[in-house]
Design a protein around this ligand. Structure first.
Ligand code: SAH
Length: 202
């Protein structure tokens, strides 16, 4: 998987590559799909959600330039796979999942796999995780129609956010957002297709 899907497509960060080699992806997919776990595609994880394609996980990891002392916020825990990849590189990963059943599953899975630097919360990630911020980086793995302002607020100065933005069920733009001296810089990276960013009823 790592050689043909990740390195061949230009991922170079040694920490990202090592993490992708280490995390047992087959333990993050439903049992009946275990044989497909290392294929070059997203896979269904129930509740209409998906575990992202390995390359996309690696891409989103590398782009935030993860460092050992980073505190990272992820929105959209899903299977917990992206959180696990990040957790091999950075100090702490805070991850928020809106679907309770997926939250319960991934919390147990990450606990069983001894990821003691990942903290999972069941909530609408639109609001981020204010008490734990600000964050060195924010990784959003569901497609939002716009960048949630609370997430921008919770990004450290000098921090990076990666987020797919666009209409649900269409292709979206993967955006890299950087905060520097209070200013926001946005770069379009590529077209992607993520499951929708949903909102809790308020
Ligand atoms: N990072 C995941 C991919 C999950 S797919 C992985 O590695 O497996 C996107 C996830 O975002 C879904 O589980 C979906 O329920 C969740 N999601 C969608 N909108 C959300 C919101 N507002 N807050 C938190 N999670 C959300």
């Amino acid at each position: 998987m790592v050689n043909s899907q990740i390195k061949a497509r230009g991922i170079q960060d040694p920490f990202t590559i090592a993490a992708m080699r280490t995390v047992p992806r087959h333990k993050f997919v439903p049992k009946n799909l275990m044989v497909d776990a290392y294929l070059d595609s997203p896979l269904p994880i129930g509740y209409g959600q998906t575990i992202s394609q390995p390359y996309i996980v690696a891409f989103m990891t590398e782009i935030i330039k993860p460092k050992k002392d980073f505190k990272v916020l992820e929105i959209g825990t899903g299977s917990g796979y992206q959180a696990a990849v990040l957790a091999h590189i950075v100090d702490k990963v805070y991850t928020v999942e809106i679907i309770e059943a997926l939250y319960i599953q991934s919390k147990k899975r990450l606990n069983d796999l001894n990821y003691d630097n990942i903290f999972v919360k069941n909530a609408d990630g639109y609001h981020g995780w204010k008490e734990k911020g600000p964050f060195d980086a924010i990784v959003v793995t569901a497609a939002a129609e716009f960048v949630p302002p609370p997430l921008i607020k919770q990004l450290k100065d000098g921090g990076k956010m990666i987020i797919p933005v666009g209409k649900p069920f269409a292709t979206q733009q993967l955006l890299l957002i950087e905060k520097k001296e209070g200013k926001i810089k946005t770069k379009n990276l590529m077209f992607v297709r993520f499951v929708p960013f949903t909102r809790a009823k308020e």
